[in-house]
Design a protein around this ligand. Structure first.
Ligand code: ADP
Ligand code: DAR
Length: 348
């Protein structure tokens, strides 16, 4: 869809985005002329959802101020997605002691791998959709410096995308370690400007601890490993995030928690997922979705968002990130996975 950024946008009949649901003509007229201190305009905030009519949400923030200046649009979208009202306050519990998640599949019959990630952005900097080339490069240097201080099994190497061989980049993507390039939703939000400059991936030798730099958020801190030892993956993420926070300050809001470019990642900015093989349940999608809906789980394909499942393997993760604590995100995913495995065994 081509949009002149001046008139109320057209939406195609099958567009079901939260942007379409909550953008009224009055709201558009009230906000269309304004921009934040960093120069991020309302038009930039909604562009992705207009250019990509198949968006599920359709808006991005360019800085912390976007969430207040454009709140008449962002707040209803946040409430709709997270069931989190203007009077709700986010609570954090990023401690391992409260999690009870013994490996639900010790023989690895179903769970291939576990991955838990959090998004973070740097305090006093705009978010990805509004940062300048210089700011993005400065952020990269600051994060790489912080990561170089990590010790033990968290220590590792940073690989800038700028001079990464295509074969190595594609192998890292195929092996589920690296983000894909050219996402059209991110592109329309201004997140791919100057690509691949300022972007890269840090990982330890074992590739169980990784950090994406300057993709959708300025950091994606990732803990992952084969199998279903969800507690070990969570423990590593807690330790790593605390270590990084000793040298880098993260953008945090008292009400919305950790601020991110996409409002779906606010709060904990956490996605806790397993790659799980459910061949019987994959043939009984109503039973499958009954369990994922009950446990607030999201189903993605094996190459993440906007990908398909293959050979009965699914990426199952928590859908809620705001108004729930980090422990509740992981516990909720765990409880849902236990229920999915139980149902798969019944169908066997
Ligand atoms: P994000 O989780 O960072 O929002 P995606 O959904 O696009 O982003 O997933 C990013 C990458 O992480 C993809 O390659 C995906 O296959 C991989 N991934 C996600 N969950 C797991 C998991 N449990 N095990 C292995 N790889 C995973
Ligand atoms: N472009 C967004 C994706 C929403 C959630 N996924 C993120 N943030 N990676 C959409 O509206 O579809």
């Amino acid at each position: 869809m081509v949009w002149d950024r001046l008139s109320f946008p057209e939406f195609s009949p099958n567009c079901n985005s939260l942007l379409r649901r909550h953008l009224s003509e009055d709201l558009f007229i009230n906000l269309m002329e304004i921009a934040t201190e960093s120069g991020f305009s309302f038009a930039q905030a909604i562009n992705s959802g207009i250019v990509n009519q198949d968006s599920s949400v359709g808006v991005y923030a360019g800085d912390a101020e976007s969430y207040s200046l454009f709140s008449s649009l962002f707040n209803p979208i946040i409430e709709d997605y997270h069931n989190f009202s203007e009077s709700d306050i986010h609570r954090s519990n990023f401690n391992t002691e409260s999690l009870s998640a013994p490996n639900p599949d010790p023989n690895s019959q179903y769970i291939l791998s576990t991955r838990i990630r959090v998004g973070r952005n740097i305090v006093d900097m705009p978010l990805g959709p509004a940062i300048s080339r210089e700011q993005r490069n400065l952020i990269e240097s600051q994060i790489v410096k912080s990561l170089s201080c990590l010790n033990g099994d968290l220590s590792g190497t940073y690989y800038p995308l700028l001079d990464m061989k295509e074969t190595i980049r594609n192998q890292l993507i195929d092996d589920h370690f690296l983000f894909k390039a050219g996402d059209r939703f991110l592109d329309a939000a201004g997140l791919n400007r100057d690509w691949p400059e300022g972007r890269g991936i840090f990982h330890n030798f074992a590739r169980t601890f990784l950090v994406w730099v300057n993709e959708e958020d300025q950091l994606r801190i990732i803990s992952m490993q084969q199998g279903g030892d969800i507690e070990a993956v969570f423990d590593r993420l807690v330790v790593a995030t605390r270590e990084i926070e000793k040298t880098v300050s993260f953008l945090f809001d008292q009400r919305l928690g950790y601020l991110t470019s996409c409002p779906t990642n606010l709060g904990t900015a956490m996605r806790a997922s397993v790659h799980i093989c459910l061949p019987k349940l994959s043939l009984n999608l109503s039973a499958f979705k009954k369990i994922t809906d009950l446990h607030h789980l999201q189903i993605r394909g094996i190459h993440g968002e906007h990908s398909e499942s293959e050979s009965g393997i699914f990426d199952i993760s928590n859908r809620r990130r705001l108004g729930v604590t980090e422990v509740e995100c992981v516990q909720g995913m765990y409880d849902g996975v236990v229920a999915l495995i139980k149902k798969e065994k019944e169908l066997e």
